[in-house]
Every structure is written in C-alpha cells, then in structure tokens.
Design a protein around this ligand. Sequence first.
Ligand code: ADP
Length: 159
Amino acid sequence: MTKAIYPGSFDPVTLGHLDIIRRASNVVDHLIVGVLNNQSKRPMFTVKERVEMLKKVTEDIPNIEVLSFSGLLVDFAHQTNAQVIVRGLRAITDFEYELLMSQTNRKIAADVDTVFFTTKLDYAYLSSSTVKEVAAFGGDISQFVTPYIEQRMKEKLNR
Ligand code: ADP
C-alpha cells in the first residue's frame, strides 16, 4: 500500500493546495495531509483550526486523513508508515528550496522519497500569504479558496 504525506502550513488551505491534494489522492492508496505546527511562524489560524478546515474541504475524498505534526517530517513519515512525501511546485522559485529539502530528507531517511506535482497553471501564482493579504484589505478571495474557507477568513477578520 502506498502511503504519502502532503505536508505544509495550510494557513489557510487554498485551491492550489486542494488541486495537489486531489491529484495526489488519485495516485496513492492513502494520503495524509500533515499540518505543520511551526512555532517560528505567526499563523492566522491555529493548527487545530487548520486541521478542521482541511477536513471540511476534503470530506468527499475517501482515502484521506488530516493530522498535525511537529518536529522532523521524516520522523512523522516513519511514525505513520508513509514512504512518500508529496510537494507542489509552482515556479522555478519553489524549485531550489524544494530540491534542498528533498535532498536533506533523503540524507536523513533514505527510505522516504519525495514526489513533486507541478501546479495547475490557474494556481501558479497562488499562495496562502497572498490570500491573507488580499483578505486583510477586504479584497475578493473567492477565486483562491472554497466558500467555506472564505467564510472562516471573514469570521477571523471580523467581517
Ligand atoms: P509551506 O509553509 O511548507 O511552504 P504551504 O502550505 O505554503 O507550506 O505549501 C505546502 C505545499 O503546497 C508546498 O509544497 C507548496 O509548494 C505547495 N503549494 C502551495 N501553493 C500551491 C499552489 N498554488 N499550487 C501548487 N502547489 C502549491
């Protein structure tokens, strides 16, 4: 059974993330979406909220599980018996960082491999930070996130 982890901050989950989630869930038996509990970033949503939001927007996908983790990604992969890490590539600018991460992870855990999905062109520009910025200034984010996430962001921003 192929088990993969798609890790990220997902603060909040965008249509770009969802596209990768759907495509990855089609090629593996089981996909774990891993929400990183990163102390160094100041997130808009708590890890608990991000997990809840991801569960909601992926509720129609049968072979998916949403979990949070902290610490090393490869340790989380070993704990969950996942052999594959899924990452998304938007542009060349993502490539250098992702290459470094995947080489480092393979150095520490040779039994875990990274697989990259290239973004759907419609979402190549899209990031959680952009969505937060547009929302903070009252802009329309309906092209970037699902209606449920849009609502959660409005509530967070008291709109
Ligand atoms: P991180 O904080 O680890 O970068 P993100 O939540 O920003 O986490 O992204 C998680 C993964 O999803 C990364 O591999 C990132 O490249 C990918 N990703 C983010 N936005 C998009 C998008 N619009 N299209 C495709 N992949 C994306």
